[in-house]
Write a protein of this length. Sequence first.
Length: 68
Amino acid sequence: MIKLKQINGEQIIINADLITYIHAHPDTVIALTNGDKLMVEESVDEVIERVMEYKRKVMQVAIEKEET
């Protein structure tokens, strides 16, 4: 899950695994697998960085479980 801020200023938490694409329009628009589209304040690069950090954390947990 990643935290983002919608254009109206409200915080939203989304499942990063449901993102199908992200583009600047000029606002950042995130499309989800269920067809929803979200406009957020963060740039495309910021969203990508948050998704990558989320994926790193998931992989780290998996590696740690495998080692025990």
